[in-house]
Design a protein around this ligand. Structure first.
Ligand code: FE
Length: 214
Protein backbone atom coordinates (compact mmCIF):
# COMPACT_ATOMS: atom_id res chain seq x y z
CA UNK A 1 0.00 0.00 0.00
CA UNK A 2 1.28 3.46 -0.88
CA UNK A 3 1.87 5.90 1.91
CA UNK A 4 2.88 8.85 -0.23
CA UNK A 5 -0.23 10.74 0.91
CA UNK A 6 0.52 10.17 4.58
CA UNK A 7 2.20 13.54 5.00
CA UNK A 8 1.38 15.87 7.84
CA UNK A 9 -0.79 18.93 7.30
CA UNK A 10 1.28 21.92 6.30
CA UNK A 11 -0.61 25.08 7.15
CA UNK A 12 -1.80 24.12 10.62
CA UNK A 13 -5.07 25.98 10.10
CA UNK A 14 -8.03 23.62 10.34
CA UNK A 15 -10.39 26.18 8.88
CA UNK A 16 -8.33 26.61 5.73
CA UNK A 17 -7.91 22.90 5.49
CA UNK A 18 -11.63 22.13 5.59
CA UNK A 19 -12.36 24.96 3.16
CA UNK A 20 -9.84 23.40 0.82
CA UNK A 21 -11.52 19.99 1.20
CA UNK A 22 -14.91 21.37 0.15
CA UNK A 23 -13.39 22.98 -2.96
CA UNK A 24 -11.75 19.67 -3.77
CA UNK A 25 -15.09 17.88 -3.55
CA UNK A 26 -16.62 20.23 -6.13
CA UNK A 27 -13.61 19.80 -8.37
CA UNK A 28 -13.64 16.01 -8.12
CA UNK A 29 -17.40 15.82 -8.71
CA UNK A 30 -17.03 17.81 -11.95
CA UNK A 31 -13.98 15.81 -12.99
CA UNK A 32 -15.79 12.52 -12.30
CA UNK A 33 -18.79 13.55 -14.42
CA UNK A 34 -16.50 14.58 -17.29
CA UNK A 35 -14.61 11.27 -17.13
CA UNK A 36 -17.84 9.26 -16.99
CA UNK A 37 -19.14 11.00 -20.13
CA UNK A 38 -15.87 10.46 -21.93
CA UNK A 39 -15.71 6.76 -20.99
CA UNK A 40 -19.27 6.30 -22.25
CA UNK A 41 -18.53 8.10 -25.53
CA UNK A 42 -15.48 5.92 -26.09
CA UNK A 43 -17.44 2.79 -25.26
CA UNK A 44 -15.15 1.91 -22.36
CA UNK A 45 -18.12 1.55 -20.00
CA UNK A 46 -21.75 0.74 -20.68
CA UNK A 47 -24.56 3.20 -20.07
CA UNK A 48 -25.51 1.43 -16.83
CA UNK A 49 -22.01 0.70 -15.45
CA UNK A 50 -21.93 3.63 -13.02
CA UNK A 51 -25.53 3.01 -11.95
CA UNK A 52 -24.68 -0.62 -11.20
CA UNK A 53 -21.70 0.42 -9.08
CA UNK A 54 -23.80 2.96 -7.19
CA UNK A 55 -26.47 0.30 -6.65
CA UNK A 56 -23.80 -2.00 -5.23
CA UNK A 57 -22.69 0.53 -2.63
CA UNK A 58 -26.27 1.55 -1.80
CA UNK A 59 -27.67 -1.97 -1.41
CA UNK A 60 -24.87 -4.53 -1.02
CA UNK A 61 -21.78 -2.97 0.53
CA UNK A 62 -22.63 -0.17 2.94
CA UNK A 63 -22.94 0.74 6.62
CA UNK A 64 -26.24 -1.17 6.80
CA UNK A 65 -24.09 -4.34 6.93
CA UNK A 66 -22.16 -3.14 9.97
CA UNK A 67 -25.39 -1.96 11.59
CA UNK A 68 -26.87 -5.47 11.23
CA UNK A 69 -23.81 -6.94 12.91
CA UNK A 70 -24.10 -4.44 15.79
CA UNK A 71 -27.83 -5.08 16.29
CA UNK A 72 -27.26 -8.83 16.33
CA UNK A 73 -24.39 -8.45 18.83
CA UNK A 74 -26.60 -6.30 21.08
CA UNK A 75 -29.39 -8.87 21.15
CA UNK A 76 -27.44 -12.14 21.10
CA UNK A 77 -24.57 -12.39 23.64
CA UNK A 78 -23.41 -15.75 22.29
CA UNK A 79 -23.13 -14.27 18.79
CA UNK A 80 -21.23 -11.28 20.19
CA UNK A 81 -18.76 -13.62 21.92
CA UNK A 82 -18.15 -15.52 18.67
CA UNK A 83 -17.83 -12.26 16.73
CA UNK A 84 -15.22 -10.89 19.12
CA UNK A 85 -13.31 -14.15 18.95
CA UNK A 86 -13.40 -14.34 15.14
CA UNK A 87 -15.04 -11.41 13.38
CA UNK A 88 -14.88 -12.91 9.89
CA UNK A 89 -16.69 -16.09 10.94
CA UNK A 90 -19.20 -13.99 12.88
CA UNK A 91 -20.23 -11.88 9.92
CA UNK A 92 -20.41 -15.00 7.76
CA UNK A 93 -23.13 -16.27 10.13
CA UNK A 94 -25.24 -13.32 8.98
CA UNK A 95 -24.61 -14.18 5.35
CA UNK A 96 -22.28 -11.22 4.93
CA UNK A 97 -19.18 -11.58 2.82
CA UNK A 98 -15.81 -10.32 3.92
CA UNK A 99 -13.58 -10.32 0.84
CA UNK A 100 -11.30 -7.59 -0.41
CA UNK A 101 -10.36 -5.00 2.23
CA UNK A 102 -11.99 -7.09 4.91
CA UNK A 103 -9.93 -10.28 4.98
CA UNK A 104 -8.97 -9.82 8.62
CA UNK A 105 -11.58 -7.91 10.60
CA UNK A 106 -11.42 -7.33 14.33
CA UNK A 107 -14.22 -6.18 16.58
CA UNK A 108 -13.80 -4.03 19.69
CA UNK A 109 -16.66 -3.22 22.04
CA UNK A 110 -17.53 0.08 23.70
CA UNK A 111 -18.64 -0.36 27.29
CA UNK A 112 -19.34 1.74 30.38
CA UNK A 113 -15.59 1.81 31.10
CA UNK A 114 -13.90 1.95 27.69
CA UNK A 115 -14.47 3.86 24.47
CA UNK A 116 -12.73 2.61 21.32
CA UNK A 117 -11.88 4.73 18.29
CA UNK A 118 -10.64 3.38 14.96
CA UNK A 119 -8.35 5.29 12.64
CA UNK A 120 -5.66 4.61 10.07
CA UNK A 121 -2.69 6.83 10.83
CA UNK A 122 -0.78 5.70 7.74
CA UNK A 123 -3.46 6.19 5.09
CA UNK A 124 -7.14 5.19 5.07
CA UNK A 125 -7.57 1.45 5.76
CA UNK A 126 -11.27 0.84 6.25
CA UNK A 127 -13.53 -2.23 6.74
CA UNK A 128 -15.21 -1.94 3.32
CA UNK A 129 -17.47 -5.01 3.52
CA UNK A 130 -19.06 -3.74 6.75
CA UNK A 131 -19.12 0.00 6.15
CA UNK A 132 -18.93 0.58 2.39
CA UNK A 133 -17.43 3.82 1.16
CA UNK A 134 -15.27 5.63 3.73
CA UNK A 135 -16.31 9.15 4.69
CA UNK A 136 -13.93 11.96 3.62
CA UNK A 137 -12.89 12.79 7.19
CA UNK A 138 -11.39 9.34 7.70
CA UNK A 139 -8.72 10.15 5.09
CA UNK A 140 -8.14 13.69 6.32
CA UNK A 141 -4.45 14.03 7.40
CA UNK A 142 -5.49 16.41 10.18
CA UNK A 143 -7.99 13.90 11.59
CA UNK A 144 -5.46 11.07 11.37
CA UNK A 145 -2.77 13.05 13.17
CA UNK A 146 -5.04 14.55 15.85
CA UNK A 147 -7.10 11.51 16.75
CA UNK A 148 -4.13 9.68 18.24
CA UNK A 149 -2.78 12.75 20.07
CA UNK A 150 -5.94 14.34 21.38
CA UNK A 151 -8.82 11.91 20.91
CA UNK A 152 -11.12 13.72 23.33
CA UNK A 153 -10.75 16.99 21.42
CA UNK A 154 -11.54 15.18 18.15
CA UNK A 155 -14.54 13.51 19.77
CA UNK A 156 -15.69 16.93 20.89
CA UNK A 157 -15.55 18.12 17.25
CA UNK A 158 -17.85 15.22 16.43
CA UNK A 159 -20.20 16.29 19.25
CA UNK A 160 -19.19 13.53 21.66
CA UNK A 161 -18.25 14.19 25.29
CA UNK A 162 -17.21 11.17 27.33
CA UNK A 163 -17.29 10.89 31.12
CA UNK A 164 -13.85 11.91 32.49
CA UNK A 165 -13.20 8.47 33.98
CA UNK A 166 -13.79 6.54 30.76
CA UNK A 167 -10.68 5.07 29.14
CA UNK A 168 -10.15 5.86 25.43
CA UNK A 169 -8.42 3.32 23.22
CA UNK A 170 -7.28 3.99 19.66
CA UNK A 171 -7.01 1.17 17.14
CA UNK A 172 -4.86 1.75 14.08
CA UNK A 173 -6.26 -0.14 11.12
CA UNK A 174 -3.83 -1.33 8.48
CA UNK A 175 -3.67 -3.42 5.35
CA UNK A 176 -3.47 -6.45 7.69
CA UNK A 177 -6.22 -5.75 10.24
CA UNK A 178 -9.35 -3.61 9.92
CA UNK A 179 -11.03 -2.68 13.19
CA UNK A 180 -14.73 -2.19 13.78
CA UNK A 181 -16.54 -0.87 16.89
CA UNK A 182 -19.64 -2.22 18.54
CA UNK A 183 -21.03 0.96 20.11
CA UNK A 184 -22.88 0.92 23.42
CA UNK A 185 -26.51 -0.01 23.13
CA UNK A 186 -28.65 3.00 24.06
CA UNK A 187 -30.95 2.90 27.07
CA UNK A 188 -34.66 2.56 26.43
CA UNK A 189 -34.32 0.00 23.65
CA UNK A 190 -35.24 -3.18 25.56
CA UNK A 191 -37.26 -5.54 23.43
CA UNK A 192 -36.55 -3.71 20.17
CA UNK A 193 -36.18 -5.83 17.04
CA UNK A 194 -32.77 -6.13 15.39
CA UNK A 195 -34.09 -4.18 12.42
CA UNK A 196 -35.24 -1.27 14.58
CA UNK A 197 -31.95 -1.29 16.50
CA UNK A 198 -29.87 -1.40 13.31
CA UNK A 199 -31.58 1.76 12.08
CA UNK A 200 -30.03 3.68 15.00
CA UNK A 201 -26.44 2.75 14.15
CA UNK A 202 -24.37 5.24 12.11
CA UNK A 203 -21.06 4.76 10.29
CA UNK A 204 -19.42 7.16 12.76
CA UNK A 205 -20.62 5.12 15.73
CA UNK A 206 -19.01 1.99 14.24
CA UNK A 207 -15.67 3.83 14.18
CA UNK A 208 -16.08 5.26 17.66
CA UNK A 209 -16.68 8.84 16.52
CA UNK A 210 -20.32 8.95 17.61
CA UNK A 211 -22.54 7.47 20.29
CA UNK A 212 -25.84 5.75 19.50
CA UNK A 213 -28.98 7.23 20.96
CA UNK A 214 -32.56 6.02 20.73
FE1 FE B 1 -4.52 2.76 5.64
Amino acid sequence: MSNDHAHSHESGHDHEHHHHLRESETYYAARTKALESLFREKGLIGTDTVDRIIHFFEHEMGPFNGARVVAKAWTDPAFKARLMEDANSGIAELGLRDGIEGENLRVVENTASVHNIVCCTLCSCWPWPLLGLPPYWFKDPVFRARVVREPRAVLSDFGVTLPAGKRVEIWDSSAQVRYFVIPERPAGTDGWTEEKLAALVSTESMQGLALVSA
